[in-house]
Design a protein around this ligand. Sequence first.
Ligand code: HAM
Length: 412
Amino acid sequence: MKDLKTIRGMPDLYDLDIERISRVENICMEVFKSFNYQEFRTPIIENKSLFQRSAGETSDIVQKEVYEFDDRNGETLCLRPEGTAGLVRALITNGLLSEEIKKYFYLGPMFRYERPQKGRKRQFFQAGVELIGEGSSKSDVEIILVGKTILDKLGINFCLEINYLGGEESLNSYRTYLREFLQENKDSFEEKLYSRLQRNPVRAIDSKDENIQKVIKDAKDITNFLTDEEKQLFAETVDTLDQLKVDYKINTNLVRGMDYYTGTVFEYTVDSLGAQNAVIGGGRYDNLIKELGGKDLPAIGFALGIDRLSEIISLEGKTKDVFIGYAEAKSVSYAQDIGNKLRLNNGSLVIENYLGNANVSKQLKKANSLGFKFVIIVGQEEQNTKIFKVKNLTQDEETTLNEVELMEFFNG
Ligand code: HAM
């Protein structure tokens, strides 16, 4: 039945997938808040023109990846392929831009009509940050540190790749040079590919196409086109990273997929992920806010691929706290009462009141297989004496506690 099929590249998420995704999301949020970034939520749908003006008319995203449609009013809208443009649009629309530094984060689904493969979906989840209003290496370093802190907290081995793209003038002279270089090698490309590369020559630099790579490896890199001032700015960023003992690799082929980037760009990659190995991508976009009609303010940010990271994190052994089973059917409501007292006593506990019909030994097995750390079985005896046996499933130990002690035990 066609209408009951999941859409390609948009899997349903449940069970362990969701546990992994939540863990990544929670750590992202914790770290964003600890750096004092504020949450921002923008709609999933925007005008398509927003992405034509930001990611760029010739970018892959706009050329082939947006899910676009006309609404009932005839406006061309699309599902957002990324979060930066929407946030900038919202800051302008809501009059939130000033000379003060602004720091925002967002989490949510993004949509790109790409060929699905491992690590690449058509609906995927990003967590992003944007730091607006500060143009020096100070904010480059802060943004890079936000990303590093998340990956460290997730216990991931990563590589930080960094490059500097330069402002409009440097990038334009690089584009002119690359166009001439491509023209000299015109015979190596098919007509259609050649004209696509001429439209957006910088993308040839990080192309995965072997044919393009073979030719472009002999071209000069962006460093040759940077002004002394730009070289100095990049040197400040990498010097600070050195001082902070943050390892990085300068990759002059890192040019990123959207046209709005200027200055520092970076990616965090994880080898074990295979072809789609970027888990965080970001950089400076000092002209975007002005180009979209806002104030002339510098900005830098990144987005993290939640799905990709969720595939490689390890979940902690037992993640749930207390399983409360029952010895006799008439003790269920008392077991629910104890469960609720524990929940009110400590709101962060995950407590399951068993509702099925299995016997006590099967309940214990169930608690174990569901990943609970503790089990309490409640029966008439517990109801009469108010004394409970708390079984620790991780250490195979049992502790006997009265009700007050029980509350204290689970309050730590
Ligand atoms: P991006 O490099 O296009 O940058 O995406 C950031 C991250 O999202 C990637 O490194 C990857 O982990 C994840 N990602 C991208 N596409 C997919 C996909 N099809 N399936 C699964 N994961 C994916 C941006 O989106 C920019 N807005 C980042 C930024 C913020 N730059 C400045 N501020």
